[in-house]
Write a new protein. Structure first.
Length: 322
């Protein structure tokens, strides 16, 4: 069993207090992962200096993506109980190699080596990645090349499969690095199949990138649907509704819904959402749209994080459990 929660606060101390209360209210659960979404790098130091902050409680991720709205810091908490498999989180993976292409290549190679020590592989065991890229408009092309080359070396091609993923603007907490990666691998008995929704999407390799739109991971009698970063795109790889954030939001929802439907799921199964905006001034309209459609039924956070194409004004990712 799993519980996802997203909490936000005006400062690090208040967030730690909220988080502790939430975790203490679920004593039968173990914290699997926490991702702190920071508006500034200094907030990491504030967290670590807080006497109530327990860094060793779980895998911990930090990414700099300014929170939009009243708060300035947030955390996504992932709780598990009686889990039939082992979640293996790798977080804050960085490299000091020159350029985003070389950093991506080194990060993936190091991750591959780490999994190999556990007799696992990226291709067979990794179910989800997140690439946080500083100045994404300039550096994302290098990430694309480095990832594609690593995947090809491991036998992952358009004829086999890639991985569910988000590639989004975000600052690494390790200074002087461009790319930071988080990844989730699974050890144990599980199966997975990928989502395509061809009426809404084209294969990603047709426009040069190497990720899957989503994946269904099955274990312990449950289906876990991990939806990749999804924007307002059509099945020709084109941006839909250029310049119109509201219309892009509606199309984005249609695309996510198509992926959920292919997984025999729906919005009622969604447990968390993260929303990424290119422009801070779009927050109020997007927040109103999400509030009207979802209310407080699904925990989510809206961050300032440009998508990998300048024409995309909004993107989201989510996790559903059926």
């Amino acid at each position: 069993m799993e519980i996802h929660q997203i909490l936000s606060a005006s400062d690090a101390a208040s967030l730690v207090e909220k988080e502790k209360a939430f975790v203490d209210s679920h004593p039968d659960y173990t914290v699997s992962m926490r991702r702190y979404i920071l508006s500034a790098r200094s907030q990491k130091d504030e967290l670590l200096c807080n006497s109530s902050f327990n860094e060793g409680l779980s895998a911990v991720s930090f990414v700099i993506q300014p929170i939009l709205g009243r708060d300035s810091i947030a955390v996504w908490i992932y709780l598990v109980k009686d889990c039939a498999v082992e979640f293996l989180w790798s977080t804050n993976l960085c490299s000091h190699a020159p350029g985003s292409e070389n950093q991506t290549r080194e990060i993936l190679q190091a991750y591959e080596n780490d999994l190999a020590e556990k007799n696992l592989t990226i291709s067979d065991n990794c179910v989800r990645t997140w690439f946080f890229v500083d100045d994404i408009d300039r550096n994302y092309s290098g990430v694309v090349v480095g990832r594609r080359e690593n995947f090809e070396e491991q036998g992952m091609t358009k004829d086999t499969h890639y991985l569910a993923s988000t590639g989004i603007c975000g600052g690494a907490v390790v200074q002087d690095t461009i790319v930071q990666m988080d990844a989730l691998a699974i050890k144990g008995e599980f199966s997975q199949h990928y989502l395509y929704a061809p009426a809404n999407f084209n294969p990603t390799h047709e426009y040069g990138v190497t990720f899957e739109r989503g994946v269904v991971v099955k274990f312990g009698g449950e289906s876990h649907i991990l939806i990749s970063g999804t924007a307002s795109i059509n099945n020709k790889g084109e941006i839909v509704h250029p310049g119109d954030t509201s219309a892009q939001t509606l199309r984005m929802w249609d695309n996510v819904e198509a992926l959920l439907h292919e997984a025999s799921s729906s919005w009622k199964d969604v447990r968390m959402m993260i929303v990424y905006l290119r422009n801070a001034e779009d927050h109020d309209v997007v927040s109103a749209l999400f509030s009207e459609r979802f209310g407080s039924d699904i925990p989510y956070v809206i961050t300032l994080a440009p998508v990998c194409r300048p024409g995309w004004l909004i993107e989201m990712e989510c996790i559903a459990i059926r």
